[in-house]
Design a protein around this ligand. Structure first.
Ligand code: ACO
Length: 336
C-alpha cells in the first residue's frame, strides 16, 4: 500500500523593509499632522511597539522576491525547482497581472537556469489577513492531488499604502513585510496535517478598502476602514473554531500543539485564542510587537522568525491561524 502524499515544509524565509518606525516615531509623525495618539495607547490596546514601512516605489513583489529567495535558500532549492507559485496579498503591484506572475519574472532573472521557473502556474489569493492560510490550503490541495511537486507560497504586503494617516484608530496598527515557505509533495509522514478555510460575506463592511477603478478614475474611498470592536469580537470566536476543526481533522488534541503561530493583529486577540486552546504564552510565536499587523505576511513572517531563532524545531506541531476582511478565517496544522 502506498503512503498518502503530504506537503512537507522544506524552508522558510521573510523580509522586512528597512525603514522601521517605533511607536514614538509614528506618534511624532502623526502629531505633525495634528493626529493625536501615544505609545501607551498603542501598546496597551494592541501590543504593537514598532512596524516597518516600505519606501516609495518599493512594491509587494519586491518584498515577496526577498522573502522567496531566502525560503528557496533555506530549502536548498533554485527557482527552476518550483512548479507552483501562490502569493497571498491584498496590496498587489497592479490590478492585474497577479503579483505571483511578477514575482515569477523576478525569480526567473536570477540566473540563466532560473528561467526554468517560467511556465509554471502562478496566481494570487485574496483573503486579506487569512490570505496565507488560504494560500497554504490551496497549495496543499494541489500538491496532494499531484498537480505540482514543489510550491512557493508567499504572503506579502505593503499595507501602509492603504492607510488613512488621519484615522488614528487604524493607521497605528499595520506594517509592511513578506514571508514565504517552500512545500514539497512527499510520501513521508508529517508536513501539513490538515487545513481549514472559512468565509462569511455578511461582514464585508466591517473591514474593507471600499475603492475601485472605473474608467481611469478611483471611485469610492481607497483607504482601510475598520469597525475595530466588531472585528475583535468576530476574530476571537472564529479562531478557536478553526483551530478545533483542524485538530479534529488530524485526529489530534489541543495538547498536541507545540506552537501557536497566529496572525499578528493584536496581542489581546492572540492571548484570548491561546487561552481558549489551553496554551501558555511561551508556546505562542509573537512578532506583533516588532512588525505590527502585516496582513497576509504576518503568519509566514512569524513562522520564519521563530524557525531562524531555533525556537521551532523539526518534528514539532504548529497551529497556524488567521482571520481577516471578508470575513475570512482559517487554520493549518503542520508537523514541521
Ligand atoms: N490613540 C489614542 N486613542 C485612540 C486611538 C489611538 N491610536 N484610536 C482610538 N482611540 C480612542 C478612541 O477614540 C476612543 O476614545 P473615546 O473613548 O474617547 O471615544 C478610545 O480610544 C477607545 O476606542 P475603541 O475603538 O473602543 O478602542 P478598543 O479598545 O476597541 O481598541 C482596537 C481599538 C485596538 C482597534 C481594537 O478594537 C482591536 O484590536 N480590534 C481588532 C482590530 C484588528 O485586529 N484588526 C485586524 C484584524 S483582521 C486584519 O488583520 C486585517
Amino acid at each position: 500500500m502506498t503512503s498518502p502524499i503530504r506537503s512537507r515544509l522544506l524552508g522558510t524565509g521573510s523580509f522586512l523593509p528597512p525603514r522601521r518606525l517605533s511607536n514614538a516615531d509614528l506618534v511624532a509623525q502623526l502629531a505633525r499632522d495634528g493626529v493625536e495618539t501615544s505609545d501607551d495607547w498603542i501598546v496597551e490596546r494592541t501590543g504593537i511597539r514598532a512596524r516597518h514601512f516600505a519606501d516609495d516605489g518599493v512594491k509587494t513583489s519586491d518584498l515577496a522576491f526577498q522573502a522567496s529567495s531566502k525560503a528557496l535558500q533555506a530549502a536548498g532549492l533554485q527557482p527552476q525547482d518550483i512548479d507552483l507559485i501562490i502569493v497571498a496579498t491584498s496590496t498587489p503591484d497592479m490590478v492585474f497581472p497577479s503579483t505571483a506572475c511578477i514575482l515569477q519574472h523576478k525569480l526567473s532573472q536570477t540566473s540563466p537556469e532560473a528561467a526554468g521557473i517560467l511556465g509554471v502556474p502562478a496566481f494570487d489569493v485574496q483573503a486579506v489577513c487569512a490570505g496565507f492560510v488560504y494560500a497554504l490550503g490551496v497549495a496543499d490541495a494541489m500538491l496532494r492531488a499531484g498537480s505540482a511537486k514543489r510550491a512557493l507560497v508567499v504572503g506579502a504586503e505593503v499595507f501602509s499604502r492603504l492607510l488613512d494617516f488621519s484615522d488614528r484608530t487604524t493607521c497605528v496598527l499595520f506594517g509592511d513585510g513578506a514571508g514565504a515557505v517552500v512545500l514539497e509533495a512527499s510520501d513521508q509522514p508529517g508536513g501539513i496535517l490538515a487545513t481549514e478555510m472559512r468565509a462569511d460575506g455578511r461582514h464585508v463592511d466591517i473591514l474593507c478598502v471600499p475603492g475601485h477603478v472605473q474608467n481611469g478614475n478611483i471611485l469610492g474611498d481607497p483607504v482601510l476602514k475598520m469597525e475595530g470592536q466588531a472585528v475583535f469580537k468576530l476574530a476571537v470566536g472564529v479562531l478557536e473554531e478553526a483551530a478545533l476543526k483542524v485538530l479534529d481533522k488530524a485526529g489530534l488534541q489541543k495538547t498536541d500543539i507545540d506552537w501557536l503561530v497566529p496572525h499578528q493583529a493584536n496581542i489581546r486577540i492572540i492571548q484570548s485564542t491561546a487561552r481558549k486552546l489551553g496554551l501558555p504564552m511561551d508556546k505562542v510565536v509573537l512578532t506583533v510587537q516588532d512588525h505590527g499587523n502585516t496582513s497576509a505576511a504576518s503568519i509566514p513572517l512569524a513562522l520564519d522568525t521563530a524557525v531562524r531563532a531555533g525556537r521551532i524545531q523539526r518534528g514539532q506541531r504548529l497551529m497556524l491561524e488567521g482571520v481577516g476582511g471578508g470575513f475570512t478565517w482559517g487554520a493549518a496544522l503542520i508537523q514541521y
